[in-house]
Design a protein around this ligand. Sequence first.
Ligand SMILES: *Cc1c(COP(=O)(O)O)cnc(C)c1O
Length: 345
Amino acid sequence: MKPIDLRSDTVTHPTAAMRQALAEAEVGDDVFGEDPTVLRLERQAADIMGKEAGLLVPSGTMGNLICLLTHCQRGDGVLLGDRSHIFNHEVGGLSALGGLVPHILGNADDGTLPIDALERAIHPDDIHCAPMRLICLENTHNFCHGAPLSADYMNTVGALAKDHGLKLHLDGARLFNAATALDVTPDELAQTADSVMFCLSKGLSAPVGSLVCATEEFIRRARKWRKMLGGGMRQAGHLAAAGLIALKEPMSQLKMDHENALHLALGLEKTPGIELDLHRVKTNILFFRLEHSRISPRTFLDSLAQRNIKILLTGPAEFRAVVHREITRQDIDMVTDAILQLVTG
Ligand SMILES: *Cc1c(COP(=O)(O)O)cnc(C)c1O
């Protein structure tokens, strides 16, 4: 039986159309700039994001790191959220490889960095302080329950960064989810970002790949960092071909994923022993807590696994479920039934 895998949207498999495109792709050596399919994907990604140029990278983690390395010098300060993926889930690469100094601000529950906290943190050029160079935002914000950050907020931070001579990087791993939830186009959210990274490999279901989009000059330097980090891929057009399919109307699938996530949330909210903030479920990610006297979080996870249901334990009694293309309404009803049985059985 196919597992119901809610651990992440990264588990999605390439679609039949992607597999076919991947097999038939016209390819060349991309390190020499000779892969026509990669060039096409990079052009298309840049157009969608409203930027001059794009760069295909093997992963979102490498894409974010490349952007930080391209914006900053060793010893520079970077403003980041305490719940951000770059700070918590990218192996500390910004410090280990970039020599950068993370300046951590508390994320609000809606995924934003409060404007007043940002303003306080952007200190003038004090002799004692690492020079502040960059602000990073995440949209949707994964560990803030997949919250989408509005275009207004993005523009406000963009203007603030500009006023203070800072750059703005957008970790838009799930930017298409944000655009879908807010009913805007991705470029409206990326407009004031100096660089944006988004993933093909999550809800968009491509097997591998992320894109960095920015000015031509930035991408030229980013390409060099990609090579240094070992991310120069040769006949990457096979991957790019799947990416081009992923970018064909991605938002209709994501809209369905969001509806399904809400359906799951509504089911869980009614379940005794499950604590879930319904109003925070806005995209394809939901978090919930188990408050049960007899069932430990570990037992809960194992019992679900026995029923072929996989979710992620993210805190002492906190779980994350991510809805994607391969999760149907029927799957969701099976999950809520299984959880209800577990907690009441
Ligand atoms: C998944 C994710 C990334 C990194 O993507 P990988 O391709 O897994 O390296 C970056 N930022 C956020 C917010 C993510 O959810």
